[in-house]
Structure formats: C-alpha cells, structure tokens
Design a protein around this ligand. Sequence first.
Ligand code: FAD
Ligand code: DHB
Length: 395
Amino acid sequence: MKADVCIIGGGPSGLLLSQLLQLQGIDTIVLEKYSREHVLGRIRAGVLEHGFAELMREAKCGERMDREGENHKGFYIAHDNALDSGGMDHVDLFKYSGGSTVLVYGQTELTRDLYEARDRLGGKVVHNAEDVTPRDLDTDKPYVSYRDGDKVIRVDCQYVIGADGFHGVSRRSIPKDVLREYERVYPFGWLGVLSRTKPVSPELIYCKHERGFALCSLRSQVLSRYYIQVPLEDTTEDWSDDAFWAELKRRVPQAIADGLITGSSIEKSIAPLRSFVAEPMRYGRLFLAGDAAHIVPPTGARGLNSAASDIYYLYHALIDRYKKADDTGLDAYSARALARVWKAQRFSWWMTTLLHRFPNNIPYDDKLQQTELAYLLSSEAAMRSLAENYVGLPF
Ligand code: FAD
Ligand code: DHB
C-alpha cells in the first residue's frame, strides 16, 4: 500500500489531521490498533477551546458540534472560604479573556463526527491493525508495517505521523539517545462517572476540598460527568455508585449537594494524573502529535486542546511541503509545537496544584495553596491570566 502520509492512531489527533490533509488533496492512511466501537467507548475530554473548534470547522466536521455543543462563558471554583457566596466563586471567562468562551462537547461525539467525515470522503482508516511498526524513519523512504491476521502489510509513505497516544509505538521508535522525557507523576487519580442525569449546574464547578478535589461537569443537559480525586491504589471496584455519590456530595457546597440528581453510572473509570513531555517531537520523517508526545493532568482541560495546536502546525507545514516544496514548517515543527505545549503543561500543573489535596504536603504548602487561591480570587490580573490560559493561548 502507498500513501503520502501514514498516520498511526485513530484518536481525535490522527483523524483530524487526516481529514484536514485529505481536503487539501494530500493522501493519508490511518492505522488504528482497536475497533471503532472501542475508540468511541472512551469517555475523555469534555471542554474544547475555540482553536480546536475552528479546526473542526475547517475539517468540515463542525456542524453537529456547533448545533449541540454548549458555549460556556465561565465556571465556578468552590472552596472552604467562600461561605459568603454560597460556597463558590465565579470565574468570568468571557469578561477576563476579552470575549472568549469554551465549548462543552464530548470527545466521543467529536471522534464520531470525525469518523463519519472520513467515511464520507472515502478516507482510509484501518482498524484492528496489529503490531504497527514505523521503519526507516531516518531515511527519505520510511514505511510502516502492520499485521492483519497472519498477513504482514507494508505502507510506503513520505511522512509518518505518530498520533497513537501515550501508550503508542511511535514515541518508542525514536532512539533513546535522541529522545528526552520530562515527567511528573501525581500521587492520585480521578475517578470519573458518566450518568444520564440532569447536570447539577449549567456551568462547571471545580471544587477544592479538604477530602480532595471534585469536579461537576457535563456533556449535555441530560448527561452529567462528575469526577473525584482518589488515591492511586483505588480501583473502580472499590467505588460503588452509592459510595461515589456520597463522597461527591461531601466535597461540593451544601446547596449543590442538595440539588444533585444521582443515577446509575453508565461509565466509570479511573485516570491517574501525570504531566509528561517528550522532546524533540520529530525524528527524521516521524512527527509526534497529541498525547503521543505530551500529556497533562486533566484539571485545566488542556490535553486535547494541546493536541489541536500540534495538528494545526503539522497541517500547515505539510501543505507548505506539498504545495510549495517548502520544508520550513516541518523543520520548525518540534520547536513551535513544544513552545505551546510547555505553556499548557505549566497551566495544567498550576491548576492541579491549586485545587487538589496533596497527601505529602507540609502545613506551609497548604498555607501557600490557600493563599494562591485567595490571591487569584481577589486579583483581576490573576483572573485574566487564568481566563487567557483556560480559553486557550493562540496557536
Ligand atoms: P488518543 O485519544 O489516546 O488516541 C490515540 C489512538 O491511537 C487511540 O485510538 C489508540 O487506540 C491508538 N493507538 C495506540 N497505540 C497504537 C498502536 N500501537 N498502533 C495503532 N494505534 C494505536 N482534554 C481536553 O482538552 N479537555 C478536557 O476536558 C479533557 N478531559 C479529560 C478527562 C479525562 C478523564 C482524561 C483521561 C483526559 C482528558 N483530556 C481532556 C485529554 C484528552 O482526552 C487527550 O488529550 C486526547 O485523547 C488526546 O488525543 P490523541 O488523539 O492525541 O490520543
Ligand atoms: C472535563 C474534564 C476536565 O479535565 C476538565 O477540566 C473539565 C471537564 C470533562 O470531562 O467534562
């Protein structure tokens, strides 16, 4: 088989890039390890920044997102010292970002839209591709092999895009002496529950509580998504639905607990929190994008949004290569992408540190954490910084 660009990974990053490139007449093939149902079964991101939504529109995939997604102009931070304001303070994203908002639209729906768009254009997406292996990346004739049952199939291409997430094969194909990895592992995870219930609040509520962080989020007016911070050792078997709802109620303001509509979970999972960056994001003809190169703790809703800037830079760089024989964008890709990636890392680390309970904190750390929050909520400059980062820095 042959393609201009072989994309490893059929998650949102890989599908979006393949759709954008095909609309420009650049031939792609996507190799995905799992079935479409499996990929669509993952419940992950819920909050999209403007730049991601723009790319979806450019990819001609924005129609349902614009119809069903909810524009959010702000969110709440609940904390112990907000007793005068019903236990929570409002963050006015619209005001402090100078008129920007975020879009609440689930990653599952967005991925479904991308698959349907690929189908409409007759895009090549291979599912259940086993043993995907990128080869000869440091030559100008790279290829990718994969197994379909007992047949080994070879895809000859000009460029390989590693969009296969944190556990994928692409990053591991870069020699160890070339790759530098930076990592922080947090001593807790997020237990998430999806339930077919009316959300407790029209806007998200991030809760800082002495028992641990909690988040009230949503996918639509009939689908709620809630998270609580849990120790790393916990498993979903440790948390019945009743235990989850009881713990969530302890961590949110009383009025929110009183208004919470509970129901049986339709999905329950635990995500460990980690910050990670691999540098460089290019090796020969291989370009890493999205979670394959960097991940953030989910607190600032930056993960998928960081993937969006990678895709934006790669898309434009590949257009320049194919339409103008200009490699400047490809050569600058790693440095450009990493500059924005590190800003998303900083913001996610900051918001995680601000709102979670750290089991090994000394009392001094706890005081600083309380002071950081007090400063944020009393300073227009700090609010502007939060809003600017949350709605998404420019690409
Ligand atoms: P992935 O979604 O991981 O896709 C990679 C694909 O590659 C997968 O389909 C995988 O099956 C496939 N693959 C893996 N290995 C191979 C292989 N060897 N061969 C072929 N294919 C392979 N981000 C936000 O921006 N906003 C949010 O609100 C937000 N909330 C989140 C909440 C939670 C609980 C979690 C866990 C994450 C959240 N994120 C959020 C992060 C976001 O979900 C990820 O950043 C996003 O999924 C990255 O997309 P990707 O396509 O780069 O990687
Ligand atoms: C969701 C996840 C996040 O990480 C976040 O900051 C906000 C919302 C969600 O899954 O709904």
